[in-house]
Design a protein around this ligand. Sequence first.
Ligand SMILES: [Cu+2]
Length: 234
Amino acid sequence: MRTAWVLSMSCACLLGMRVAVTAGDPPAAAPQAGTARIVGRVPVLPRKSASAVKDYGPPPAFKVEPPDPASSAVWVGSGAPVLDAGKVAAARIEQRGYQFRPALSVVQAGTPVVFPNEDQLYHSVFSYSPAKRFDLGRFRKGEEPNAVVLDTPGVVQLFCEVHEHMRANVIVVDTPWFAVTDPEGRFSIDGVAPGRHSVSIWLSPKQTLTREVEVKAGQVLEVDWTDAAKEPAK
Ligand SMILES: [Cu+2]
């Protein structure tokens, strides 16, 4: 059962600390030398805004495709320095099918993010979140605006001024150890330094939970926090 969702090493190499979890991946090898891996499962809450697609009037000029499935985010530790944006590969959040994709991202503070429009009509990208206020205005496919450097830990909620239904969250963290879960809440985080760490579990803009873990070098720690959503929101 467990082998169905542990992280494949190919994903780990390609993505560094950004962890992709794919059902059916082969069993992962031992953790990187001197580090630990934390794998487990957390709740995923239904996304409230998914059905709130505005009526843009006849005739339909475009087809709104379903948003990404809901997911949660998990990160381990805090206090890592802000990255040098000039030395970090940009994260990518597309506007495609008249949705932001991915709908949930986690980046380490200092990471630049690009917002390519892959649709045939205008989109815009803006955020009023305290962690990053910006407004890229309207732009078309091929008119990709400059990257936005997300340099302050916190949640950045993204909106499109053209399409009210479009929503995305980017969680900016001060740690290199993080993951977005799959739709079932499964995650795997590699490269964790030995020691005691706090673990943050983001379920929604209103609900982030914390746990404590202690890991040793070479250890694969398995956790099950699937009942965590029952705790009161804070
Ligand atoms: Cu849009």
